[in-house]
Design a protein around this ligand. Structure first.
Ligand code: ADP
Ligand code: MG
Ligand code: MG
Length: 525
């Protein structure tokens, strides 16, 4: 008999079993919205001119075994992480150093020089600061990502969740991950017990995953925190999206949940590229954001919350008008998820600074932001792995040596200050890559030790095709936080379930919508 704790997991499927389970998953995923819009390569625009098709999200056929100790650790520290990033967002001086001259003052090679994108974001903050922010409430819908690290030098080996990154903007899959857990739960009661190598119902430890409800409750909390509209229009929530988004059902599940919880809340989707077309600022001191829906432009809403699922990378800012649109939102009275400052708090440079150990004579950097004596904060500290600056400080010069060395570089990943997957440089590609960019820009990157989780096997179903073999799993834990940017008061701080993303162990990146990774859920071991 197979179980997630036995060596025979996942069970080997005979071909008729495999065909049967593919049929079951095909229907369940579409029936429950565990789906994406198809890429043009799968369904051509000729075959589907009105864009009505949906395809199953890539999923594992079985939940992947995941150490309970790491799962619990990651969930335990989420509210401390929420608080930490809320506090970092409020510390303008700290963020300025991160984007500007953290390592060495008066040097020309700063992150902001090497990275125009972050520089442009920062300039928006400076402009709004000069005229005065009108909204002091902030909403963060965060996701902290981890991989399991095995310290084999200890006996028995110690397993720890180590942080890959912390996402402060457009953290996705909170909508789909709830349904992936539900799919595996369904299969565990209906299909796995009937397999030749049966998994008995109830033998897998499949934790609850309230990610959709949780994130929606964060949006609703911010909506209430906005208070009453003052211009005589009803208030609303806007999901600010990218046109042609394939991962639309992930977003829709959150939207439907907001409306389910509070049916009188109007929720609209607006494309980032159409901000100026449908919104304006009231000519008042508060600069309320007013929205006129295209289906009825005579209606006006006061936007209480803008949930930004776009704007995280340069592609959304093809011209100055796009940057002006972001500025327009930032100076409005709507509660932004996230503000520019919270977005900047999520850059990899900040993660590197937070994770860099300080001499024992200096106070801990965590203590600057949160009470670092709590169990949660202690647990948070343990999730850090080695991350180095690539600047001209002593640590940076040391990191440059490792990055350029053909042997040492094999243990590292080089990351720019970017989001959304597909931007990193791995192992032996690092020295070659560095040679192609001016040395003055190297410090807009960070160098991070690769986390190498213990081997796990699973079967991935992608576009109806099976991929079997070794996989690497990345756990994301969701959280929401509403805080006052001026006073620091935290009004809402919660942990909300998880995402498990799994990729073949030959692939470096794991984005599901981008086509490398797939949705998964944990079976705790
Ligand atoms: P992004 O913001 O683009 O998602 P990430 O830091 O999450 O950037 O990196 C993208 C992917 O690269 C991750 O999902 C993971 O698969 C891989 N990765 C990143 N850092 C590490 C690491 N330290 N060890 C192993 N894999 C990593
Ligand atoms: Mg990211
Ligand atoms: Mg990531």
């Amino acid at each position: 008999m197979a179980s997630a704790t036995s060596g025979a997991y996942p069970p080997a499927l005979e071909s008729h079993e495999q065909e049967h389970i593919i049929e079951i998953i095909k229907d369940w995923t579409i029936g429950n919205g565990l789906a994406l819009r198809p890429p043009p390569a799968v369904i051509s625009t000729e075959a589907d001119p009105r864009g009505i098709s949906a395809v199953s999200a890539p999923v594992t056929i079985f939940p992947s075994p995941f150490p309970k100790v790491c799962f619990d650790q990651a969930k335990l520290v989420q509210t401390a992480y929420n608080e930490l990033y809320a506090a970092v967002s409020r510390d303008e001086e700290f963020l300025k150093k991160a984007v500007d001259e953290y390592a060495i003052s008066n040097q020309p090679n700063r992150v902001i020089d090497g990275d125009e994108f972050i520089g442009n974001l920062w300039n928006i903050h400076l402009k709004v600061k000069a005229e005065g922010y009108t909204q002091s409430t902030s909403l963060g819908l965060f996701r902290s990502d981890y991989m399991v690290h095995q310290d084999s030098s200890a006996n028995p080996p110690i397993l720890q969740a180590k942080q890959v990154e912390f996402n402060t903007i457009a953290a996705s899959f909170g909508g789909l991950s709830h349904y992936t857990s539900a799919l595996h739960k369904y299969l565990a009661s209906t299909e796995y017990p009937l397999l030749n190598q049966a998994i008995q119902a109830g033998s897998l430890d499949l934790p609850a995953n309230p990610s959709t409800e949780g994130l929606a409750s964060g949006i609703t909390a911010a909506y209430h925190a906005y208070g009453e509209p003052t211009l005589g229009h009803p208030k609303c929530v806007i999901f600010l999206i990218q046109k042609g988004e394939r991962n639309v059902f992930d977003q829709r599940h959150l939207e439907y949940q907001v409306v389910k919880d509070s049916p009188s809340t109007p929720v609209f989707r607006l494309a980032f590229s159409e901000i100026f077309e449908y919104t304006s600022l009231a000519d008042t001191e508060k600069r309320q954001l007013l929205y006129r829906p295209p289906q009825n432009p005579s209606r006006v809403y006061e936007v209480a919350v803008v949930y930004i699922r776009s704007g995280y990378g340069p592609d959304d800012y093809p011209d100055q008008r796009a940057w002006d649109a972001r500025y327009h939102l930032e100076r409005s009275n709507a509660i932004k998820c996230p503000t520019v400052l919270t977005q900047v708090a999520g850059i990899k440079k900040v993660q590197q600074i937070l994770a860099t150990p300080r001499p024992s004579t200096e106070p801990s950097i965590l203590g600057k932001f949160i009470n670092d004596g709590t169990r949660e904060a202690q647990g948070l500290w343990k999730t850090f792995t080695n991350i180095y600056p690539m600047d001209t400080s002593d640590a940076g010069l040391e990191a440059r040596k490792k990055a350029l060395d053909p042997e040492l570089c094999k243990a590292y990943v080089l990351k720019p200050q970017r989001e959304g997957g597909g931007n990193n440089i791995y192992r032996t590609a690092i020295p070659e890559f560095l040679k192609t960019i001016p040395e003055a820009h190297w410090n807009s990157y960070i160098l991070m030790e690769l986390i190498t989780p213990p081997p796990v096997s699973n079967i991935i179903l992608r576009n109806g095709q099976i991929e079997k073999g070794g996989v690497i799993c990345e756990l994301g834990v969701f959280g929401s936080c509403v805080w006052d940017q001026k006073t620091g008061e935290v009004k809402h701080n919660k942990e909300h379930g998880y995402l498990l993303r799994t990729k073949g162990d030959q692939s470096e990146e794991g984005g599901v919508a981008a086509g490398y990774g797939c949705m998964d859920s944990v079976s705790l071991i």
